[in-house]
Design a protein around this ligand. Structure first.
Ligand code: NI
Length: 256
């Protein structure tokens, strides 16, 4: 059974058929889903989803594009949400210099604070990092992210950077991009990294795999991601699904 480690089912792209789609998951081989919050609205929508569906767990935190909304009071609120029995991680948190919506200093301040929160609450991290390779790696090292545990979601950097995270014992999240023709760098990373360090993720509604590239993504398309990983590594589809699912259960210890 597939473990979906990163989805956004609170997104409005699912408003028309959310219930129908989520109702299909278990019958079609998706056993667990971690819904990652990004915005303030997403925090509460994630809690609602995890309370409504037994197989949905949540990650709570503010995305780097959204940290302009962060306050000390909201941090305390997120701390309370960490103590919800179905909260599986703190995330998605990190640095985004691609959209560059918030000043780098502000992004760093709240990335650090949310990493410390994860450490205190004994939850793993779901890290978002886009065009911020050096700063993310520096911070994760300096704050001993390996001790906290976590995943670099939608990993998009080089094999050398992958090695640094793997050496710290962190996981790499692999999604639809692995099926894209031009994803040479990511294919090298997947060939290089041990299967025991990979997690499957969609980041849906974004990043649908080929043959649905550009369309709305959802967790049932993870079969295409697992097939692409299997081909690159010369192993079976079943092995990819079962090992990545075990990896996710090791990391997200509240999922059961
Ligand atoms: Ni995401």
């Amino acid at each position: 059974m597939i473990f979906e480690s990163h989805a956004h089912y609170d997104d409005e792209a699912f408003d028309a058929d959310r219930e129908e789609l989520l109702g299909m998951m278990r019958d079609h081989g998706v056993e667990y889903i971690v819904n990652a919050s990004a915005s303030v609205r997403g925090l509460y929508a994630t809690v609602k989803l995890m309370e409504q569906y037994p197989f949905i767990y949540g990650a709570v935190g503010l995305h780097p594009d959204e940290v302009g909304d962060m306050t000390d009071e909201l941090m305390e609120e997120i701390r309370m949400l960490c103590r919800h029995g179905k909260t599986a991680a703190v995330g998605e948190i990190g640095l985004d210099y691609y959209w560059d919506k918030e000043k780098h200093e502000l992004q760093k301040k709240w990335f650090e604070a949310q990493m410390e929160l994860a450490r205190e609450e004994k939850l793993p991290l779901i890290v978002h990092s886009r065009e911020a390779s050096a700063d993310t790696l520096d911070m994760v090292k300096a704050l001993r992210g390996g001790e906290i545990g976590g995943v670099i979601h939608c990993f998009s950097y080089s094999k050398e950077t992958a090695r640094e995270y793997l050496d710290m014992g962190l996981y790499l999240g692999i999604g639809g991009v692995i099926t894209f023709k031009n994803a040479k760098k990511l294919k090298e990373v997947v060939e290089y990294a041990p299967l025991s360090s990979l997690l499957l993720e969609t980041d849906c509604p974004y990043l649908a795999p080929v043959p649905y590239r550009g369309k709305r993504n959802h967790s049932l398309y993870l079969t295409y991601v697992a097939q692409a990983i299997a081909r690159l590594k010369g192993i079976s589809y079943e092995e990819v699904v079962s090992v990545t699912s075990e990896n996710a259960k090791q990391l997200f210890t509240r999922v059961k």
